[in-house]
Design a protein around this ligand. Structure first.
Ligand code: NAI
Length: 297
């Protein structure tokens, strides 16, 4: 079995001072990538800042014979994103891989959600991915190569109580990824998104008895493959954790068609409308629109 290597590739991993990001950075560096280990170093809720976590992981990589540089800029501002990409360019001259992994939690039942809880979570997860990816994207387009791996969550894709802010940000990253995949296709850039599951400081109180089996290192292999030159897909979503990896897809039922669709027709043909037999998985918005066309001709 040939091994997957990253020699000559430069990777940015955000939120790499702890948990999943640390494992992604260690794995890529151990396979030859030069890595920007980015982490603000705050709490799970995103309070505070500390250069320690990013520096410690960069030191760990160097001690193991790898190449890394630490960055403690925040992903949650445009300036922070630019600084992170600039760090990669100054240290290593290019950017091939962006892994948007930084994240915080500020859970609250929807009826009690405040603007502060909403904005801070959108800023880190969703805007943060824009702010880091965009300056890197320009370089990737110019060089005709790039890999972007975003980090979503089952909490957004499938839903989880108390996480409207987080869920909206995480599902937003799925849309972000799907559009990036289309815009990047002719420039050799692929973008994919994962929904991970692992015991980290973010989740250690939430996972119950199985937590110890969900080692963060078991998420990184899928991330590494999606970040590799050989990655065969773009715009796709994957579930990964505890040794299981699977594809998540967005499908649409065949549905119903009636040129005079009314609320009563919807009611009366509801089961047919929702029947998942023969569902379709469109790869873009035009393909979904295409499902209507046979009815119109
Ligand atoms: P973690 O708390 O161990 O790691 C997240 C890291 O992001 C922390 O080191 C933190 O300092 C850093 N960070 C936070 N805000 C930042 C900012 N503005 N700029 C730069 N760095 C920042 O948590 P974990 O579990 O490793 O989370 C990694 C990603 O995976 C997050 O996006 C999280 O939402 C996502 N995720 C994790 C799951 C799990 O089961 N652990 C489940 C679903 C999603």
């Amino acid at each position: 079995m040939s091994t997957l290597g990253y020699d000559g590739k430069v990777a940015i991993v955000t939120g790499a001072g702890n948990g999943l990001g640390r494992e992604h950075a260690l794995l890529l560096a151990s396979r030859g990538a030069q890595v920007v280990v980015n982490d603000l170093g705050g709490s799970v809720a995103g309070d505070g800042a500390d250069t320690g976590p990013a520096q410690r992981v960069a030191d760990e990589i160097e001690a193991a014979g790898g190449v890394a540089v630490a960055s403690s800029a925040s992903v949650s501002t445009r300036g922070g994103g630019e600084e992170i990409v600039q760090t990669a360019v100054e240290a290593f001259g290019r950017v091939d891989i962006v892994i948007n992994n930084a994240g915080i939690l500020r859970d609250k039942a929807f009826h009690n959600l405040t603007d502060d809880l909403l904005d801070s979570v959108l800023d880190v997860h969703l805007r943060g991915a824009f702010y880091v990816t965009q300056p890197a994207w320009k370089l990737m387009r110019d060089q005709g190569y790039g890999r972007v791996v975003n980090t979503s969550s089952a909490a957004g894709i499938f839903g989880n109580f108390g996480q409207t802010n987080y869920g909206a940000a995480k599902m937003g990253l799925v849309g972000f990824t799907r559009v990036l995949a289309q815009e990047g296709a002719k420039y050799g850039i692929k973008a994919n998104v994962i929904a991970p599951g692992a015991k980290t400081r973010m989740t250690e109180d939430l996972m119950g008895g199985v937590a110890d089996k969900l080692e963060p290192r078991l998420v990184s292999p899928l991330v590494a493959f999606l970040a590799h030159e050989d990655c065969p897909v773009s715009g796709q979503a994957f579930s990964v954790g505890g040794g299981r990896a699977a594809q998540i897809f967005i499908g649409v039922t065949r549905g119903i068609y009636d040129a005079d669709l009314s609320a009563e027709v919807v009611r009366d043909r509801w089961d047919e409308l929702c029947d998942q037999a023969g569902y379709v998985v469109p790869s873009n918005a035009m393909e979904e629109l295409g499902l209507l066309l046979p009815h119109l001709s």
